[in-house]
Design a binder for this molecule. Structure first.
Ligand SMILES: [Zn+2]
Length: 381
């Protein structure tokens, strides 16, 4: 799979590109899933806490078994969109479709947490983080996913998430537009044969990216999370590749990550079939994620004080929520002080504007319009 070819196709064929693709109502999602009955068996694993179907698509009839799931965290939509891109690509490209369907049987659970998705929330409707529920399985959504995995008996699993904008790579502090992880199965982070095979696959996919994207790829920490899905699937001796879609400069809809995740999935199929992989040690050449990016930094504002005003930088975090079905963005003050070690998606000159600590404080929220009015009209979110 050539990157430019896929990029061209994806750019021209992207559905929902004109709308706000960070948030998709369940009704729209359902329509899209049901449009795949010509290439997939569309079934329901069962109902979410609030009674929404959790869909599974089953495709192909090959010997290798691959399961993919997305949106365990309801507000992490990029993986789901990338899956739809891949399915649309396979629909329009019969050669690739035949090749993949002859070699693989694929199960896709493309919205594990529909209740969270409906209101753009990370957790399920009981407030449970599904990715910390792999052992206790208190949430109905977790039980259904685990049952689907156990029934399907995959050779490999892909766990699709979105990571926060703060994740960066390299000393120039660039966004980690995509990150990978082959999770640990114990505290010691032992690298056994299974993990080695997964690492070599990830290294191969990473190396298939154009140079500029290789530089924007991060490696997630492999600290052991005893209650997380990936770690527990890995414990069963099955690779569970974590793919985190991240941000890029000037890309609030995460189109770059969507493109990279789709391209990665197609390449995982290619490398799983060819079994020609880069050495697993190359996985460790992917730079580890750091957290040095902020959404907006206003540089140099004055905070009034008893003596003379102090000059500080203020970092704002972009919060995305919904209110009565409408997508809403708010800016929250998350840091104040010398922020010269950080870089931001947008840096604004504070021009020495003066504020009291009643106006600017940690946790203070501003609407987009308030921010524009006070600091900068040109801000993009
Ligand atoms: Zn997540």
């Amino acid at each position: 799979m050539n990157f430019e070819t896929y990029k061209k196709w994806q750019t021209e064929n992207q559905f929902w590109s004109s709308t706000n693709t960070r948030f998709t109502p369940f009704s729209e999602f359902k329509k899209k899933v049901e449009s795949y009955t010509d290439i997939a068996e569309v079934s329901s694993l069962g109902k979410s806490e609030k009674g929404k179907n959790i869909y599974q698509l089953t495709l192909g009839e090959g010997p290798k078994r691959v399961i993919i799931w997305s949106q365990m965290h309801g507000n992490e939509t990029t993986g789901t969109l990338a899956i739809f891109d891949v399915l649309d690509y396979l629909k329009s490209n019969k050669n690739s479709q035949t090749e993949i369907f002859e070699n693989f049987t694929i199960a896709i659970v493309c919205m594990v947490n529909p209740d969270g998705a409906e209101i753009f929330e990370r957790r399920n409707s009981l407030g449970i983080d599904l990715n910390r529920d792999a052992v206790a399985q208190q949430a109905v959504e977790t039980k259904l996913l685990m049952k689907a995995i156990n029934n399907f008996k995959p050779d490999i699993a892909f766990n699709l998430h979105d990571q926060r904008t703060l994740f960066s790579v390299g000393k120039d502090i660039n966004p980690a537009t995509i990150s990978f992880l082959i999770p640990s199965f114990n505290q010691e982070k032992t690298i056994n044969e299974t993990r080695r095979a997964g690492m070599s696959l990830v290294a191969s996919v990473w190396r298939s990216f154009p140079n500029e994207y290789q530089q924007n790829t991060g490696r997630y920490t492999d600290d052991f999370y005893p209650t997380a899905f990936g770690d527990n699937i890995q414990k069963k001796g099955i690779n569970c590749v974590l793919i985190e879609a991240g941000a890029a400069f000037q890309d609030p809809k995460r189109n770059e990550a969507r493109l990279l995740v789709g391209f990665s999935l197609l390449n995982f199929f290619r490398f799983l079939k060819e079994e020609v992989h880069h050495d697993y040690v190359e996985y460790f050449q992917i730079p580890q994620n750091e957290q040095k990016l902020r959404d907006i930094i206003v540089k140099g504002i004055k905070l009034k004080n008893k003596r003379k005003p102090v000059l500080v930088d203020v970092a704002f975090k972009l919060e995305e929520t919904t209110e009565k079905g409408k997508f809403k963005r708010t800016l929250l003050v998350e840091d104040i002080g010398d922020l010269s070690q950080f870089r931001a998606y947008q840096e604004v000159n504070g021009n020495g504007l003066e504020f009291s600590s009643n106006d600017i404080f940690i946790g203070k929220k501003l609407t987009f319009h308030e921010f524009q009015h006070i600091f900068w009209e040109g801000v993009i979110i």
